[in-house]
Design a protein around this ligand. Structure first.
Ligand code: AMP
Length: 486
C-alpha cells in the first residue's frame, strides 16, 4: 500500500479532513514510522530530528483513538516547558478539531482553580508540565483512571535530574496497561535504559536525516554553522555588527541566563530593534504573549533563554545566534532546531570566547564536524549593510499565519454571557443549535462552559446562521449577549 498519503491510513474522516485543511498532505518520515505502530498500541522510543513533525506523529494516531464519549482524560502528554505544553495542546486541538477533541493545558504560573474548572468539563487530552500535573493528580482534580496513552515529549530532558522525581511519580500513578511513547531529537543511551523501567517491550525508532545512524545526522544538513571568536567584553558590539550584516527577517538570540537576556534586550531596544524577550523570570502572561507575537511575526528578534530551545515551532526563522554557548552539547542541537524547520534552510552563529572553547570541542565531537570559524565583519562591511538594515528595521515584519488559520476559516467561535452558575451545560447549547434550520449537531465544535461565560465553536461555515438564530433565542427566559470571538 502506498503510504505517501494520509488518505491511505485507516484514520477517522474528521482527522483526515483536518489534516487536509492544515495542509498536511503526506506524512513525514517519522510519521510514517510512528503512526501505524502507535495505532497498534505499541510502546515507542522515538528519536527524530528537530522540526521533523514529531508532534503530529503522536498527535494523529492519538486523536484517532480518542473515544469522544468518555469525558475524562484518556491521554497525558508531559513537556518540559509551559510554552511547549501550550503549543502541543494547540496541535492536538487543530488535528482533532473536526472530531471535537478537547485538549487542556495544565501549567504552572496560571490559576489552579481555572484549570480545575476546565478539568470538570469534557477533557480528552491533558498536556502539561510535570509539577502542575502532579499537583492536580494529588488533589484529585485530574482523574487519571482512563489514561491509556502517556507521551513524554523531549524525553531526555524529562528523565533528567531536574524533572525525574516528578515524572516518575506521575508515571507510577498511571495504570500499567497504557501505551507509553518517548520522543526527542536527542536520546542518550542512559535515558533509553532508564525508560525501559516504564515501558513494555518498546520499539526504538530512529529517524535521522541520512540512512547511516551516526550522531552527525542529528543535525540537519540544511543548516550552515558558523562561529566567531570574541572576548566577553566585545560580544554586544559584535552582536550588533552581525545583525546588521546578516539582516535577517527574524532571529532568535539565545543567552544562558535571564540576566544576560535582559542585558542584550535592553541594548537592542536602545538601538531601536524590533525585539522582545523571553525567560523564566517573566510573568507567565508576558511569556505567552512574547511567544504568541513572535509566532505571528509581530517583531523580528526574540532574545531568550533555553526556555524556547526545545520544541517551540516558529515558522521561518532563518537565523539563530548563540550569544552564549551552552555547556550541554544536546542544547546546541535543540537551539539549532529552531531554524530550518519543515524543509527550509537556516544559519546558526555562535559567539565563542576563550572560556567557551572547552564546550565547543564537546559540541563539535557530538555533532561530528567542525563549526566554521569566520573573521568578524569589518567596519566597512557593517557600514555597507547599514542602510538595508535600517530600512528593514523600520518596515513592519511580514505577518505569519497560524497553523489553525485555514481550519479557522471554516470555524466561528461564539462567546455567550451565560455559564455554569445559571445551570448551563454543553447539552443545553447542543439542543438549541441542532434545532436551528440548516444546522446539525455535526456542525458544533468544541464547547467550553465557564462560570458566567460559554464559548462554542461552530464548524463548516455555519457560524453566521447560528449567530443570527441565537440572537433571537432566550435561555431560561433571558435573551443572551452573544458575539464572535476573533
Ligand atoms: P514538529 O517537529 O512537531 O515541531 O513539526 C515541525 C513542523 O512541521 C510544524 O510546523 C508542523 O506543523 C509541520 N508538520 C508536521 N507534520 C506535517 C506534515 N505531514 N505535512 C506538512 N507539515 C507538517
Amino acid at each position: 500500500m502506498d503510504k505517501d498519503d494520509f488518505e491511505n491510513y485507516n484514520l477517522n474522516d474528521e482527522i483526515k479532513d483536518a489534516l487536509k485543511d492544515m495542509g498536511y498532505i503526506s506524512p513525514t518520515k517519522v510519521q510514517k514510522e510512528v503512526i501505524p505502530l502507535a495505532l497498534q498500541r505499541i510502546d515507542l522510543i522515538v528519536r527524530s530530528n528537530t522540526g521533523s513533525g514529531k508532534t503530529a506523529a503522536y498527535g494523529i494516531p492519538i486523536c484517532h483513538q480518542i473515544d469522544w464519549m468518555i469525558n475524562k482524560a484518556q491521554v497525558l502528554v508531559l513537556t518540559p516547558t509551559r510554552e511547549l505544553a501550550i503549543q502541543v495542546k494547540e496541535d492536538f486541538t487543530n488535528i482533532g478539531r473536526y472530531k471535537r477533541v478537547k485538549a487542556t493545558a495544565l501549567l504552572g504560573g496560571q490559576s489552579f482553580q481555572g484549570q480545575q474548572i476546565e478539568l470538570k468539563q469534557k477533557t480528552h487530552i491533558v498536556v502539561g508540565t510535570p509539577g502542575r500535573v502532579l499537583d492536580h493528580i494529588k488533589k484529585g482534580t485530574l482523574s487519571i483512571d482512563f489514561i491509556n496513552y502517556l507521551v513524554i515529549d523531549e524525553a531526555d530532558e524529562m528523565l533528567n535530574m531536574g524533572f525525574i522525581d516528578q515524572v516518575e511519580s506521575i508515571i507510577n500513578k498511571i495504570k500499567t496497561d497504557r501505551v507509553t511513547m518517548l520522543f526527542s531529537a536527542t536520546m542518550p543511551e542512559q535515558v533509553r535504559k532508564l525508560s525501559l523501567k516504564y515501558m513494555f517491550e518498546p520499539i526504538n525508532i530512529d529517524v535521522l536525516e541520512d540512512v547511516n545512524n551516526d550522531i552527525t545526522n542529528n543535525v540537519q544538513n540544511n543548516i550552515e554553522h558558523i562561529q566567531y571568536k570574541t572576548e566577553e567584553i566585545d560580544k554586544l558590539s559584535l552582536l550588533l555588527d552581525l545583525t546588521v550584516v546578516e539582516n535577517p527577517d527574524t532571529c532568535i538570540i539565545f543567552c544562558n541566563t535571564k540576566e544576560q537576556v535582559d542585558k542584550v534586550y535592553d541594548c537592542l531596544k536602545l538601538e531601536k530593534y524590533s525585539c522582545d524577550k523571553m525567560h523564566g523570570g517573566l510573568e507567565q502572561r508576558d511569556r505567552m504573549l512574547a511567544i504568541d507575537k513572535f509566532k505571528k511575526g509581530k517583531f523580528r528578534y526574540l532574545i531568550a533563554t533555553n526556555l524556547v530551545a526545545r520544541g517551540i515551532d516558529v515558522e521561518g526563522v532563518p537565523l539563530i545566534i548563540n550569544y552564549d554557548i551552552f555547556p550541554d552539547k544536546e542544547v546546541y542541537i535543540h537551539r539549532t532546531g529552531r531554524t530550518a524547520r519543515a524543509g527550509l534552510s537556516g544559519k546558526v552563529i555562535s559567539l565563542i570566547t576563550p572560556y567557551d572553547e572547552r564546550y565547543l570541542s564537546f559540541i563539535e565531537d557530538y555533532i561530528g564536524f567542525k563549526i566554521l570559524n569566520i573573521e568578524v565583519p569589518t567596519k566597512d562591511e557593517v557600514l555597507k549593510s547599514r542602510e538595508a538594515f535600517d530600512i528593514k528595521m523600520k518596515e513592519k515584519p511580514t505577518p505569519k499565519q497560524s497553523k489553525a488559520f485555514k481550519l479557522n476559516k471554516q470555524i466561528m467561535k461564539l462567546r455567550i454571557n451565560i455559564g455554569k452558575k445559571k445551570g448551563i451545560r454543553a447539552t443545553t447549547f447542543v439542543g438549541i443549535i441542532s434545532n436551528i434550520e440548516g444546522v446539525t449537531a455535526e456542525d458544533i465544535g468544541i464547547i467550553t462552559i465557564m462560570d458566567t461565560l460559554s464559548f462554542i465553536e461552530i464548524l463548516n461555515g455555519k457560524g453566521q446562521i447560528v449567530l443570527n438564530a441565537m440572537k433571537r433565542t432566550k435561555i431560561k427566559d433571558k435573551a443572551m449577549a452573544i458575539n464572535v470571538v476573533f
